[in-house]
Design a protein around this ligand. Structure first.
Ligand code: PLP
Ligand code: ZN
Length: 559
């Protein structure tokens, strides 16, 4: 690895000021602007990328040339970055979107994408000789910085709003940081932290203004670009690929700002052929960016003084300079700012866990809720290539989602133990009661992936016995034999198709009363609709119903 990356220089975003990158000033010495970017010698890097990357470990430091640390001796790394890009198969099938990909940032060392930021920021602090620092956080920055500070030998003062779940706070304390709870909003917590740092003369992390934060987040873009071709092929005459959409829940907005810069660098080096559209998702009760954009404001943001959301991780009322930057990008290039309610976020959280096995914290689920909304509005097209940042892992905030009834209790007889049956038998008896599958549902579907999705949706409601058949004739025989309470019927099947199965069922006096819900990928002709007539209970189009729609239909017919 290079000791000295591609001659980084510091450049003002507002005027033409430039200097070699060493110790960044807090503002532009020429115009006083607060936004300085690092630029590199892209020509020399483009001569060695992507070949030079081939033997390197898959973590964010494989992009060493474009990360501004001067000396590898200061590098603090726990293998952050290099997270998998997963295809959301079941979700995609349900929504009718073949190209939803999940950048699984839960898999960072402390469980969120802040680990990228921590690795670069703390390494750079070490390079500057800093041994004590102040940070304000809604949780994840404090956790991540604390872990990396432990390795760097930095004493960290973590200022947290008291709204942060106590489990997260305890983790910060566990790493040995000083935890300061501020009983107020995050914005006020930031002010208190700034005052404390100024008074004590301690280095303070500068959030979005922090160069390391933005520079680290661009590695998300590098990785997506490198990973996407395995699913959808490379770009036009480029080795790497840009998605149509990058979706993320935002508070300060440094993720999308960094991702945008990452793609600009890749574009400049000829590694991708275009820029993505950014979708920035916020909570309806704390959506300063969304509100300001809707009002047509581009150059400044109207802060939300009193955030109303349970999603504390992204409850930033005043996002600062990221907003004008992102607003201009979205206006010029396309993209979206969208708000979702907490309820929509909790629903998305549940859907992602149930369908694709991804349990995430609410802040991450919010991005998926935004995806659902933008698809419904037609802003995102169903055939576009979509990457959602799954930005952080589950934390006990899901208390709000699950209520008290997330476990089932087994009660063993206690009063007269000598009369009770042997423990194991009693235990099994209670389990049987719990697992009373009162209704049976037959799935007649030839496509195994579609059958899996239907099965999965039913499995998340414990009390269905599920029967499956892969073609019409086998399915009809199964229904005649098992007499299910309801049939889910695909129309397009080899051999005997769904229409024929339906006619056979209706002609059989024993089975004609079994409700049938048709699930189809086919646009029906009017003749076909007529043929179904009033013989079915409901017609559901693949890609156009949610798990709840389907369960609603089934519940109506089986209680
Ligand atoms: C910080 C954070 C966000 C928001 O990130 P920004 O790009 O800085 O707005 C989203 N999700 C999680 C889990 C986070 O920790
Ligand atoms: Zn300037």
């Amino acid at each position: 690895m290079n000791l000295c990356p591609a001659s980084p220089r510091l450049k003002c975003a507002n005027c033409d000021y430039e200097e070699p990158f060493e110790r960044p000033p807090t503002e532009c010495p020429k115009c006083g602007g607060g936004w300085l970017d690092v630029v590199y010698d892209y020509e020399s890097v483009s001569r060695i990328w992507p070949e030079a990357l081939r033997g390197r470990p898959f973590n964010m430091w494989r992009y060493r040339e474009l990360l501004h640390l001067n000396d590898d001796a200061n590098l603090i790394s726990m293998g952050e970055g290099g997270t998998p890009l997963l295809r959301a198969v079941n979700l995609g099938l349900m929504l009718g979107c073949p190209h939803i990909y999940v950048k699984d940032e839960r898999q960072g060392p402390t469980g969120s994408f802040k680990d990228r930021q921590a690795s670069l920021s703390i390494s750079f602090m070490k390079e500057l000789g800093i041994t004590e620092a102040v940070v304000a956080s809604t949780g994840n920055v404090a956790i991540s910085y604390s872990a990396y500070s432990a390795l760097a030998g930095i004493k960290l003062w973590a200022f947290l709003t008291s709204l942060v779940p106590s489990e997260k706070m305890r983790e910060v304390a566990l790493y040995g940081s000083e935890v300061i709870k501020v009983t107020s909003t995050y914005d006020q917590t930031k002010q208190v932290a700034a005052e404390f740092a100024a008074r004590k003369g301690i280095f303070r992390d500068r959030g979005i203004r922090s160069i390391s934060a933005r520079e680290s987040m661009k590695t998300v873009a590098f990785e997506i670009a490198e990973q996407l071709p395995q699913f959808v092929g490379p770009g036009n005459n480029t080795p790497w690929r840009t998605p149509d959409w990058y979706i993320q829940s935002v508070s300060g907005g440094m993720g999308p700002v960094g991702v945008w810069k990452g793609y600009q660098e890749l574009l400049q080096m000829g590694l991708v052929d275009r820029m993505p559209k950014l979708a920035c998702i916020q909570a309806a009760g704390c959506a300063p960016m969304v509100n300001s954009f809707e009002k047509g404001m581009l150059d400044s943001v109207e802060p939300v003084l009193n955030p109303q959301t349970l999603v504390i991780t992204v409850a930033t009322g005043n996002p600062g300079p990221a907003y004008p930057f992102l607003a201009h990008v979205v206006k010029e290039h396309g993209g979206a700012f969208e708000a979702v309610t907490d309820e929509e976020t909790f629903h998305a959280m549940h859907v992602m866990a149930k369908l694709d096995g991804l349990s995430m914290e609410t802040a991450a689920a919010m991005a998926f809720a935004g995806l659902f909304k933008l698809l419904n509005k037609g802003v995102i097209k169903r055939d576009e290539v979509i990457v959602v940042n799954c930005s952080g892992h589950t934390f006990p905030v899901e208390k709000h989602l699950l209520g008290d009834e997330w476990a089932r209790t087994i009660e063993l007889p206690m009063e007269e133990p000598h009369l009770a049956p042997p423990a194991e038998e009693g235990l099994l008896g209670s389990l049987e009661q719990i697992d009373a599958r009162v209704h049976s549902i037959a799935i007649l579907e030839d496509n195994p992936q579609s059958a899996l999705l239907l099965r999965r949706i039913l499995q998340t409601r414990g009390d269905y016995q599920i029967l499956e058949a892969r073609d019409g004739a086998e399915g009809l025989a199964m229904v005649q034999r098992e007499r299910p309470d309801l049939v889910l019927l695909d129309l397009m099947m080899p051999g005997m198709d769904g229409f024929e199965v339906l006619e056979a069922l209706k002609a059989d006096p024993e089975l004609s009363k079994v409700p049938v819900v048709v699930i189809t990928a086919k646009d029906l002709t009017s003749a076909e609709r007529k043929r179904l007539g009033d013989q079915i209970e409901a017609l559901m189009e693949k890609g156009a119903f949610t798990d709840e729609d389907l369960l609603d239909e089934i519940l109506k017919r089986t209680v």
